[in-house]
Write a protein that binds this ligand. Sequence first.
Ligand code: AMP
Length: 474
Amino acid sequence: MPTIREELDRRELLYSLLMPVMSLYVPGLDKGKGLYFLFVKSESKTPGGLTARPVLTSYYKSDHFRSRPFDAYNIYTSPTAAILCADSFQSMYSQMLCGLYARLDVLRVGAVFASGLLRAIRFLQLHWESLARDIETGTLTDRVADPSVRDSLAGVLSPDPGLARFIVDECSKDNWAGIITRVWPNTKYLDVIVTGAMAQYIPTLEYYSGGIPMACTMYASSECYFGLNLQPMCKPSEVSYTIMPNMAYFEFLPVDSSSSEPTTLVELASVEVGKEYELVITTYAGLYRYRVGDVLRVTGFHNAAPSFRFVRRKNVLLSIESDKTDESELQRAVECASELMRPHGASVAEYTSQADTSSIPGHYVVYWELLVRDPSAGPGRDVLERCCLEMEEAMNAVYRQSRVADGSIGPLEIRVVRSGTFEELMDYAISRGASINQYKVPRCVNFTPIIELLDSRVESAHFSPACPNWTPHT
Ligand code: AMP
């Protein structure tokens, strides 16, 4: 994405509004710190010699971030050197260590997307013993070798056997429910995006946080920052983002699935409440009438600036023949099926899918990684089979018609993969150049090495035992 220096000022302007808005709803945020897991990625050069790097890496490396003036509302537990360390283990380890030392000062815990925060919890699960050892002795593991990171931790490290014991006590328990508020008891909210494709993490985050509020504060992309949520403490399902008209020139393409004719663009102030539009931007950096690919629904206005609910990223995930299943449909189907597992103390921690056309008829395969509270009493085969059918029931009419009337789609399959598989998927993506901050689990995969990775981790496979409901009028 092309970008220019002034763009940083615009981004900073948006960032600078987040805490004033939040303070309208949560008082006292200047009396403590924020534990944010933030990461950079190494950069490369384009053939023409320009620097190429993810948008957040640019921001964290900029003077705007590194030389930011003191602001009591924006004190992070993570030293800047730890955030700027390109080695993800060293960066995460040192950010976690600082977060643990400052556990009683922490008032909010966050990452950019929900997936990043869950990765941090997973990191704590894997490395708490080493972290506790370092805290007990006030030393730093050799695995953090970056001199600037080591320097930045020098003032933080000191022997604290009481804290080390506390961490061992909490982390060695089998039950990690509410771990975030147990370790950081003064946390008032989680600052993570859980709208759009991130919505599926809500139950897992609720489990680890004991149900404290989740604030989705802003809506942005590499191409352009768009706007902010003026009611950040609302429920995730009610989040609307108000577009800031000074970020770019915004136009809207009405989403009308019944018409294949090109429609005219609507101006920012002329969109209508309740209607859905695809976002089209003309940016200061040079994108002209560029389709971001996001579909938004107008929920209201703040003065003359419209607010939007994020509906979905415009794409079709799965298709065997004439059926088209998009991300929000798949998400809803997973949520419905997930309900059936709730009585068995289980939920879907991660998922992705593929349209398997290796046999005829082709069928949808959905890979699930489960979060099971008590592994000895998890959901049995019959429950998972019912989940397959429940997902099919939640699919659109074209899918069900193909299943029932045409027989052109085979029974949906759930492949349960072992715990940690999606982390491996993320590691794989990162090794191929993805950014940790901006990484989103692909909701559909078709790249052979990834499918092979997933298939090699399958613990059990389940097929829908019956056809879903379909009549010519549903
Ligand atoms: P990237 O190009 O990696 O910066 O990703 C930008 C995309 O992430 C946007 O176009 C959206 O599809 C998604 N995204 C960013 N912020 C949000 C949000 N607050 N809620 C839902 N989706 C978001």
